[in-house]
Design a protein around this ligand. Structure first.
Ligand code: GLY
Ligand code: MN
Ligand code: MN
Length: 442
C-alpha cells in the first residue's frame, strides 16, 4: 500500500536525479530513515519520518536506508527496508517490503534492511565521496565508519575506499529551500487548514475558557482534515503570551485577557505556522489595540521586503525599525530613534527574529547567510513573518496599562517572480478584522 504523499512519483524521481547530478558520479549518498523512539517501555512516540529521507523517497517506514549511487549501471536508487512479516504486520499494519519499494516508490532496487552490513561496503567501494548527515544519529555514524573501515581493510586487494566525507545538507537543503509548484499546493493546503483552525478558535473564545479547550478546537480542525500539529500548539492567555515557547496551555482566559495562539497544521509532511492574538471577550482594549496595531505595522513593513532580489534580513530590519519607532511614540521607549536603534533597545520587548524558512520542517532547512552576507530572496522560497511585542507583567519601568500584554502576528509567505504570495491571507489579521470575525461566530 502506497503512502499518501500528495506528490507524484515523478517529483520524487526528479529530486533524486537533481541531487545526484549535484553530487557527481564519484559520490554516494546515504540517508537513514528516522528511528522509532520509545516513549515508555513498549510504547512509542508517534512516528514522524525524517524530512530529508521523506523528501527523496516518500517512504513512510522506519528501519530503512536510502542509498543513492549516481551513475551506477545496475541501479542508482536503492532502498534497504523491512521485509514483509505477516505476524508483525498484524500488529503494526502493512509494510511495503522490497517488492513494494520498487513497485510503489520508484526504487531501482530494494534489499532487506538486515543485508545492509553485507551490501553497503561494496557500494562504497570505488566511490571517492560520501554524502551523509554526520552527527545526527550516533549509532548510524558508527555503522558508516565500520563500513568504510571494512573497505579500507581491503586496500591491498585493490579496493578503493572513499576518501572525502561531506555534509549532505549542503546540497540537499539548498534543494529543499526552493519549493516546487506541487509542494506549494500542499503548503497552501496546510495553510488553509490552519486558517480554518484559527477561525474555530475565534468562534469558540469566551471569558472563562481554558487554554487547552481552545487548543482542542484548533487541533480538532487539523485532525478533521487529515493533518497534525506541525509543532506543539501554543495557547497563552494574558501574560502567558509573553512566554515565547509556552506549552502548558492549562490556564483560564479571563475577561479582558488577550489570547495568543501559535498553531499550524502539517499536511502531507508540509508545515504551516500561524499566530494570532485576540481578545477573549471579542473587544480589544485601547492599550491592547495600540500594541496590536504596532505589531501589524511591523508585519507590513517586513512584508514589503518580501521580494525577489531583496536580502532575507531586510524584513527583520524593517520590522525592528517600525517597532522601535512605535514604542517610542507610545512611550514604552525613551530617547531618540537613532540612539534606540543603535542600542537595539527593542530587545526588551521583542526577543526573537521576524521569521524562518518554512517547508517540511516548521523551522525549515536552508542557509540564511552566504559568505557572511544575508542571502537574497528568490522565487520559491517560503518563510514566516512573525513580529511580536511582549511586555513582562512585572515591568515597572512602563505604564501599568502595557504590562502583561504579549502579541504576535505570524503569517506564511512564498516569494514569486514579481513579489510574494501570502499563503495564510484568508485569516482575519487586523484588530478590526479580528473583532468582526469573532462577532460573526457568536
Ligand atoms: N511556532 C514556532 C514558530 O513560530 O517559530
Ligand atoms: Mn514561526
Ligand atoms: Mn509560530
Amino acid at each position: 500500500m502506497k503512502a499518501l504523499t500528495g506528490l507524484s512519483a515523478a517529483e520524487f524521481a526528479r529530486r533524486r536525479k537533481q541531487l545526484m547530478r549535484m553530487a557527481g558520479n564519484d559520490a554516494i549518498l546515504v540517508l537513514p530513515a528516522a528511528p522509532e523512539r520509545v516513549r515508555s517501555h513498549d510504547t512509542h512516540w508517534p512516528f514522524r519520518q525524517d524530512s530529508d529521507f521523506w523528501y527523496l523517497s516518500g517512504f513512510p517506514e522506519p528501519e530503512a536506508v536510502l542509498v543513492l549511487v549516481p551513475g551506477r549501471r545496475h541501479g542508482e536508487t536503492l532502498l534497504f527496508c523491512r521485509e514483509r512479516d505477516p505476524e508483525r504486520e498484524s500488529w503494526d499494519g502493512p509494510r511495503a517490503g522490497q517488492e513494494g519499494a520498487v513497485a510503489d516508490y520508484g526504487m531501482d532496487d530494494a534489499y532487506p534492511i538486515e543485508d545492509l552490513d553485507e551490501i553497503l561496503p561494496g557500494l562504497l567501494e570505488g566511490r571517492s565521496r560520501v554524502y551523509y548527515h554526520f552527527g545526527r544519529d550516533a549509532d548510524f555514524d558508527l555503522k558508516l565508519i565500520g563500513w568504510v573501515r571494512h573497505v579500507r581493510a581491503q586496500v591491498r586487494q585493490g579496493k578503493q575506499p572513499p576518501h572525502e566525507f561531506l555534509e549532505l545538507g549542503h546540497l540537499l537543503h539548498e534543494l529543499r529551500l526552493f519549493k516546487s509548484k506541487d509542494e506549494l499546493k500542499l503548503m497552501q493546503r496546510a495553510a488553509d487548514i490552519s486558517v480554518q483552525a484559527h477561525q474555530a478558535a475565534y468562534h469558540a473564545a469566551r471569558p472563562g475558557i481554558r487554554e487547552y479547550e481552545l487548543q482542542a478546537d484548533v487541533e480538532r480542525v487539523f485532525r478533521a482534515n487529515d493533518a497534525w500539529p506541525a509543532y506543539g500548539s501554543i495557547v497563552g492567555a494574558g501574560s502567558n503570551a509573553c512566554v515565547l515557547h509556552y506549552r502548558a496551555n492549562t490556564a483560564t482566559a479571563r475577561n479582558g485577557d488577550l489570547v495568543l495562539i501559535d498553531a499550524g497544521a502539517e499536511y502531507r509532511g508540509y508545515a504551516s505556522d500561524i499566530t494570532r492574538t485576540f481578545p477573549v471577550n471579542g473587544r480589544f482594549s485601547p492599550a491592547q489595540r495600540a500594541l496590536h496595531d504596532l505589531v501589524g505595522q511591523a508585519q507590513q513593513a517586513a512584508l514589503a521586503k518580501a521580494q525577489p532580489g531583496v536580502p532575507y534580513e531586510a524584513g527583520h530590519v524593517a520590522a525592528v525599525e517600525t517597532l522601535t519607532e512605535g514604542l517610542l511614540k507610545l512611550g514604552l521607549l525613551k530617547g531618540s530613534l537613532q540612539k534606540n536603534l543603535a542600542e537595539g533597545s527593542y530587545r526588551r520587548f521583542y526577543r526573537h527574529k521576524t521569521g524562518h524558512w518554512l517547508g517540511l520542517d516548521v523551522h525549515d532547512v536552508g542557509e540564511y547567510r552566504i559568505d557572511g552576507e544575508s542571502r537574497l530572496l528568490e522565487p520559491g522560497m517560503a518563510f514566516t513573518i512573525e513580529p511580536g511585542l511582549y511586555v513582562s507583567a512585572d515591568d515597572t519601568s512602563v505604564s501599568e496599562k502595557w504590562r502583561g500584554i504579549g502579541i504576535r502576528t505570524e503569517d506564511d509567505v512564498v516569494i514569486t517572480a514579481d513579489g510574494h504570495r501570502m499563503l495564510t491571507d484568508g485569516l482575519a489579521r487586523s484588530a478590526d478584522e479580528i473583532e468582526e470575525a469573532m462577532s460573526a461566530g457568536r
